[in-house]
Design a protein around this ligand. Structure first.
Ligand code: ZN
Length: 414
């Protein structure tokens, strides 16, 4: 059993739902707190200094004897939280691979010349409070602490209340420029959320860019009424308007080779025999460039307005979060690719764009050189219990990450 396999087996049962096989690791929930405990225990077992920063991101520091702790660190890691009924790999693969890579380079007697840190960023998926990458956004000053504290989660508790209940200090949230300055580079290994690596026949790839993306809330307002006695022509049914918006989203995204998803709705009063009074629907939209994304959202918004007009209802659109196109640091990307190629007999490492957001993108946006390694996902499916990576590809990912750390953190690798 490799160090990776042993660590994977420890983490795998935490937060897995028996019924669906999916994971529910929501920030500050029991399963997520158990994942944090696992991180702390794993780091302490390796003699690393563990800390939870003011935004609840977890850090484990390796500062070898004789190394100046003030030199900006090479940081590796990812996140441990999940979407509702998410897969095992999205996030945890990067954290487990970071520990396993550390074990490999230590076993090889490699001695870094600079600090190396492992990180598990908090609340990357935003599954509980609706804002993705909350931990890294807070740390880099891209999410205001007052806004974060007031976010209301699925269970009705605010982030501040949820933090208090699990023993965190919500008053401490906020920009952490000293910590950001300690990050020399960040390298995040992640399961690929697509089939590019399958198509090119490679176990590992390097990220080029992250598509611009956004989350938008549509509120459709009508009038609640009796499902039996209200004639169709007398209704003000916001569900009909929502249906127009959902069809417009599907058509517009297909036409523009983009992505548009209504994955969450709330209905009031939510009764089978009641015409709804209100439908709230959340749109996730992504495209290869900003103007395509803007046009996509505008088209969906028009579809929603047309639907509202036809159903004698009203619609209101508000933007919850947006992230512009991010191109990863080119010199770092090339260096990571070069180091990766050295451990892959096939020679070339593919460079690919991604339509998913990541903490590495948030750090890139504030000028921290960041890179991502992707590990092949045979089905391309992600955010689902069917998400998967072959053990051999996971091991290739660890070997690649170990080579990258050795290259970046050691002036004179043995
Ligand atoms: Zn992820």
């Amino acid at each position: 059993m490799t160090p990776f396999d042993a660590l994977w087996a420890e983490l795998e049962p935490i937060g897995r739902e028996v019924g669906t096989g999916g994971y529910r690791r929501f920030v500050f929930d029991t399963a997520e707190l158990d994942c944090r405990e696992w991180f702390v225990a794993t780091a302490e077992a390796r003699g690393l200094d563990v800390e939870t920063d003011r935004n609840t991101n977890l850090w484990a520091w390796w500062v070898p004897d004789g190394v100046d702790a003030t030199i900006p660190a090479l940081v590796i890691g990812s996140h441990l939280d999940s979407v509702p009924d998410g897969g095992a790999y999205d996030g945890p693969l990067g954290v487990v691979s970071a520990f396993a890579a550390l074990d490999e380079i230590r076993a090889a007697g490699v001695h870094p010349d600079r600090p190396v840190a492992l990180v598990a960023f908090a609340d990357e998926e935003g599954a509980r409070f609706g804002i993705a990458c909350a931990g890294s956004r807070l740390m880099t000053g891209q999410l205001a602490p007052d806004t974060a504290r007031a976010l209301v989660g699925r269970d009705g508790a605010t982030m501040a209340e949820a933090m208090q209940r699990s023993g965190f200090d919500a008053g401490g949230l906020g920009a952490d420029p000293d910590r950001v300055a300690r990050i020399g580079e960040f390298v995040e290994l992640h399961i690929e959320q697509g089939r590019h690596l399958v198509e090119v026949g490679a176990a590992v790839g390097v990220a080029e860019s992250i598509w611009p993306h956004g989350r938008y809330r549509f509120t459709f307002r009508g009038v609640a009424d009796h499902a039996g006695t209200t004639r169709m022509q007398d209704r003000h049914d916001p569900m009909v308007a929502y249906a127009h918006a959902a069809l417009a989203a599907d058509a517009a995204a297909r036409a523009a080779d983009s992505r548009a998803t209504f994955g969450r709705i709330e209905v009031e009063p939510n009764g089978t025999n009641a015409v709804p009074s209100l439908v709230r629907a959340w749109l996730d939209a992504r495209a290869a460039d900003q103007s395509t994304l803007d046009a996509l959202v505008a088209r969906i918004s028009r579809g929603a307005s047309e639907g509202a007009a036809r159903s004698s209802t009203e619609v209101e659109l508000s933007t919850e979060s947006t992230t512009p196109l991010l191109t990863f640091d080119v010199p770092l990307r090339d260096r990571v690719a070069h180091a990766a190629e050295a451990v892959h007999a096939s020679g070339r490492i593919p460079v690919l764009p991604t339509a998913a957001g990541h903490d590495a993108g948030i750090l890139t946006s504030v000028g921290v050189p960041s890179a991502m390694l992707f590990v092949r996902n045979p089905t391309g499916i992600s955010h689902s219990p069917r998400e998967f990576a072959e053990p051999g590809d996971c091991h290739a990912g660890v070997a690649t990450l170990a080579a990258v750390v050795t290259d970046l953190a050691v002036t004179d690798p043995r």
